[in-house]
Design a protein around this ligand. Sequence first.
Ligand code: ATP
Ligand code: MN
Length: 464
Amino acid sequence: MADKVTVAVARKPEAIGREVILQGWVRTRRDSKGGFSFIELNDGSCLGNIQIIADQSLPNYETEIRHLGTGCSIRVEGVVKASPGTKQPTEVEARQIQVLGWADPETYPLQKKHHSFEFLRTIAHLRSRTNTFGAMARVRNCVSMAIHEFFQSEGFLYVHTPIITPSDCEGAGALFQVTTLNLAAVPKRDGVVDYSQDFFQRPTYLTVSGQLEAEALACGLGKVYTFGPTFRAENSNTTRHLAEFWMVEPEAAFFELEDNMDLAERFLKHIFRRVLERCEEDMRFFQERIDPQCIENLTHVIEQPFERISYTEAIEILSRADKEFEFPPAWGKDLQSEHERYLTEEYCRKPVIVFDYPKTIKPFYMRVNDDGRTVRAMDVLVPKVGEIIGGSQREERLDVLLERMAEQGLKTENYWWYLELRRFGTVPHSGFGLGLERTLQFVTGMGNIRDVIPFPRTPGNAEF
Ligand code: ATP
Ligand code: MN
């Protein structure tokens, strides 16, 4: 009896001699003079294809097999043999080939060998059949597993925070509103929208961060993390912003900023180590096709301690830099991406954690330092991508928090439950957010964030 196996399994030397059933999509077919055909088959289980040898003695050789082309789906039953070629250890001698689905070569969009990433975005439903997006999907899977593995091994609980929320996690970005009101006839009272008729009887949004709710869970459970979709309606058409992206947010009670920085560094190194261990073939592909430095970068990052500099030092370094910035660096102004990239790419040449930012440019929940001017914020910056992690120690002192909210003109009644965390059994705590897609950009060297998520959401773009 033949076993159903994946191409990844059949490509291993241990598979030699096994009777197998393979199912997948034809990448290419070529016919040999000797009365047989070679079919390169891929099923997404690994980057490499497996070569199928189809002999003319197969009953459907003339009627079907010789008409197979790129994109057709087939089921192959056969025996795994040692391959005489050097490219792969095995090949499969077919006993039977069944065509599952034809793909008309005149209209199948993935006919050519090379397609631009721009074009592939217009066929996101088919691009998982290409080498690049197959490799990306497997690396994305590996990174996701590594994230869970890391936090589980560090004793963090995986918790789920709501996607629909009434809070806007002040300062994190523009919001998508969630409503069931009829937009063609919005009910109003005294000229303003009457939310008492909306589904939740109040305005609600898609979450921009699970942080506030994660804080509530950490202040009871100790160490927690969330890993889920996050939404920002920012109209920024950059190569590093999506309207829907995935964020990992650990939050830990009894963690101060140093603990938070240590955690972030261990975390990133764990992810990169796992990618190098488990995605060798895919990473070699990214090295050859996308970024010749990508493997070296990861190795370098794993081996060295991250640099840590305060925001004030960062501004001094930038002011001394022999470089024309579009935005001149100045204390009190936010770091622009050109500044971030100078610090990590040119000055330190490795990941940098910048901490203690001016309180005027950071949200109300970050803990105020004794200097009264800065807060315990931290951003992790990496070459090429810039900010990959943003986090802080949270303000646990009720009086200071209330003062900060007043400074920023926030209504305390909207945050009543958040304030109660400080009113009842408050503890020092910290956390951060890592963008999954920016991490993948750093790992693979992919230039555009739209190419590290299967179905990207950006302004004007939600076709699939
Ligand atoms: P930036 O300044 O780069 O727009 P941010 O400071 O708004 O980012 P945070 O609110 O600190 O981002 O979010 C934490 C992390 O989430 C960021 O470090 C980044 O990795 C990721 N992230 C934030 N916004 C986006 C986005 N629009 N698309 C993809 N990833 C994002
Ligand atoms: Mn940030």
